[in-house]
Write a new protein. Structure first.
Length: 157
């Protein structure tokens, strides 16, 4: 099985568990004039527990692969070189930096003075510099994400 298949399985198991919990809650009670519920909550709980155990096994496998397999992003690894787990953390860090810069760029881009009597706001960092930094982060993010996707499709678990 490829890592991408294990990731897909993890997603499907999480969705199945959520649906099972909803069914479990819906069948915990019955009206006093009803003789039974649609589904036996004891059986549903057993199914939930076995599905969670299966999810746990898949997650452990994914995490072991992520800690074992190394990747590099960019030409000769200039953007990143390390394990998949480290690459995921780096991608999250890049994403947070980009979101922060997006917010800063947005606040600098909006200049509003109600009258000429109001003081003009002067940016402390030039907008072009922030946009350049954001663009560089985005390029690194794309290279890293592409390397992660390639690893997901090529790595056996």
């Amino acid at each position: 099985m490829k890592l991408s298949e294990a990731l897909s399985m993890r997603k499907q198991l999480n969705q199945k568990i959520e649906a099972l919990w909803q069914r479990f809650h819906a069948n915990l009670k019955r009206q006093e004039d009803e003789t039974e519920v649609d589904e036996n909550p004891v059986v549903l709980l057993q199914t939930i527990n076995s599905t969670i155990a299966e999810l746990e096994s898949v997650v452990v496998t994914i995490n072991q692969v992520n800690n074992r397999v190394t990747i590099q992003a960019g030409d000769a690894g200039e953007v990143f070189q390390g394990t998949i787990m480290q690459a995921i953390a780096r991608r999250e860090a890049l994403n947070r930096k980009m979101k922060g810069l997006d917010s800063a760029i947005g606040s600098l881009s909006y200049r509003h003075r109600r009258s000429k009597d109001e003081l003009k706001e002067i940016p402390m960092i030039p907008l072009a510099e922030l946009r350049g930094r954001r663009d560089a982060l985005a390029a690194d993010y794309r290279k890293l994400d592409a390397a992660l996707q390639t690893a997901n499709w090529n790595t056996e678990v």
